[in-house]
Each structure stands twice: as C-alpha cells, then as structure tokens.
Design a protein around this ligand. Structure first.
Ligand code: PEP
Ligand code: MN
Length: 339
C-alpha cells in the first residue's frame, strides 16, 4: 500500500500519518516528491486494515501496489532515482560508462587501464579484487591489496571505483575502499549479503542473476532498500538461454521493462552478456539506444595475458573507438555519454 498525501499537506500531517502507520504495526517509508509526499506502508499483517488512515487530515488516497516489490516500484516513487557519486550522476541525462579490467592483477595493469578508460570518457573504474570464479583453481583476485590498488588508481585519475563484494563479512572492508559496491550475478539472491550492503551506506550495483527473472531482480533490490539503502542501480548482464554462440543472452527488453516498473537506474554489462569482444560494441550500442543509464565494460591493456575474461575484454583502442560511436547514439536519443 502507499498513502498519497495531498499537495498542500503539512509536515505535521505527514508525521501524523507516519505515526498512525507505525501504531498499526507497519513500517512507514516516506518519499518526498516535487509536488507531494507519498508514504510506503511495508509489513505483512494482512488482518489489519489501513482504511482508517484515509480519514487522517492531508491524506489524498490509499493505493494498493499489486506487485510484490514496493519501495523500488515506480508507483511508489514516480520520479527516476538519481545517484550522485563524486560528482558523477547515475540515472540522469548522462549515460555513465564504468570500465576497466575484469580483475585487478597488478599496479601496472590497473593504472594503464584506468588512465586509458578515463581518457576515452569513462567516469567510473571497474575492477574485481574478490572474484567469484567457477573453478576454485582459477585466479581468485588480489583481495585487500587489489582494493588498495583501486584506491591508488582513484587518487591518480579521479575516477570513482566500483568493485564486487562477495560475503557479508567483507562489506565494511570493501566499503572502506569502494565508491560503489557490486553484488555479482551469482550472489543476487544472497539475502544476508543484500541486507549487509543495505546497511553499508554506499551505492550498490546489483547484477541480475543468470537464471533470474526481472521480478526476482527487483525483489533483491527491495531487500537492499528495506535494509535502509535507496541508492541501488540494477545491471542486466545477460541470462542463460539455449544459445551457445554467446556466453549469455543479453536481455535488451529488460531495460524498458525495469524502467516501466521501477524507478531504479539500469546499467548494462555488454562483456559478460556476450562473452566475446567482437560483440561488445554492438551490445553497448543497443543498450544505450534502448535507454540504459550506463554500461559496465571490461577493458584490458593486454587481454591476451589477462588472468580473467581476456576474450571478452576490449583492447584500449577498441574501447576508445566504441566510446566515439556511443556519443552519436546517445545524442540521437537526447542523452550524453563520455567526455
Ligand atoms: C564481474 O562483473 O566482474 C562479474 C563477475 O560479473 P557477473 O557477476 O555478472 O558474472
Ligand atoms: Mn569478468
């Protein structure tokens, strides 16, 4: 349910409604829009009726939200969520490119990649220090020393940093280095991790599980919101289908669908969705044309020697060329991207 307040409702009327909601045993989540305040009513007590709230002064109407996700629902908050990180705005007019290697491997590799992606117009540096690998024998990431290198690259370039956190016990460590906490596809339904990043006080990039529906993705975002963090962007990174000529299948329609049903920024990962650098540019162009709020792209100074995901990593000149093309596509739909 949401309680829609009248445009002219006073602060004390809003407070009285919040108190009324809490007295009935529910949680109240007020959201102040440009014109009016709406208050999300969260809780599972079906025996209590909220109808009495409609008689309180300042209440315009009570609306039932049919979908199971409430706080991330566009009905609850009609305006797009916009997240600001070190002067970069995600979810606004500009589509934001996050780029860098799959994994932080060395100081030289990371700094080369960071300077190159910045010069080409990326605004955020990606790089994994804790890597979720299918095989326990593969490179697992540099851990905290990888986070230190990311912090050094941020200092040198001014780029904000997005990096993955894999377990609840690492959240405060990763949050002490990262500007954005990434929750990977394999952890999309790790509910204790979702609650931990919900309490971390950092924006979250939540990736869609490879076998998850859009509704399940939005329910996971709802976990982060309900733990107190409303700075969440979701990421379409391809889902598993019968197709084998790409690593996953990029669900382009997820972009308008998520934007219809929720107010969250949508980021697209053209690298893990295609699994092959030959297809990354087409997937990126399609994502920006379809209204994505940003991309997260793997770029490596020498993909042949990469310890992780070399075949899908763009070479630096390829990334720079792609950015030029994306500028034209963004301009065609009234947005900006890049430098
Ligand atoms: C990544 O972005 O580093 C990653 C592991 O991606 P995903 O979780 O989408 O597989
Ligand atoms: Mn990768």
């Amino acid at each position: 349910m949401i309680v829609v307040m009248k445009c002219e409702a006073s602060i004390s009327q809003v407070s009285a409604v919040i108190k009324g909601i809490e007295e009935l045993g529910f949680k109240a989540h007020p959201s102040k829009g440009a014109e009016r305040t709406i208050i999300g009513v969260i809780g599972s007590n079906r025996t209590v009726s909220l109808e009495a709230l409609s008689d309180l002064p300042g209440v315009e109407q009570i609306v039932h939200i049919a979908k199971p996700f409430k706080l991330v629902n566009r009905e609850f908050k009609p305006a797009d969520t916009v997240i600001s990180i070190n002067g970069v705005t995600i979810g606004g007019l500009e589509a934001v490119v996050m780029a860098g290697p799959c994994a932080v491997e060395s100081r030289d590799q990371l700094l080369k990649a960071a300077h190159a992606v910045k010069d080409a117009g990326a605004k955020i540096l990606r790089g994994g220090a804790f890597k979720p690998r299918t095989s326990p024998y593969d490179f697992q990431g540099l851990g905290e020393s990888g986070l230190e290198l990311l912090a050094e690259a941020r200092k040198e370039t001014g780029l904000a940093v997005v990096t993955e956190v894999m377990t609840p016990s690492d959240v405060s460590l990763v949050a002490s280095y990262a500007d954005i906490l990434q929750v990977g596809a394999r952890n999309m339904q790790n509910y204790s991790l979702l609650e931990a990043v919900g309490r971390a006080g950092r924006p979250v990039l939540l990736k869609r599980g490879m076998m998850s529906t859009i509704e399940e993705l939005l329910m996971s975002a709802e976990y982060i919101f309900s733990a107190g963090n409303s700075e969440v962007m979701v990421c379409e990174r391809g889902i598993r289908t019968f197709e084998r000529y790409t690593r996953n299948t990029l669900d382009i329609s997820a972009i308008p669908v998520i934007k219809k049903y929720s107010h969250l920024p949508v980021i697209v990962d053209p690298s893990h969705s295609t699994g092959d650098r030959a297809f990354v540019r087409s997937a990126s162009c399609a994502a920006i044309a379809a209204g994505a709020d940003g991309l997260i792209v793997e770029v490596h100074p020498s993909p042949e020697t990469a310890l992780c995901d070399g075949p899908q990593s763009l070479r630096i000149p390829e990334f720079a060329e792609m950015m030029t093309q994306l500028e034209a596509i963004a301009a065609a739909i009234g947005r900006r991207i890049g430098k």
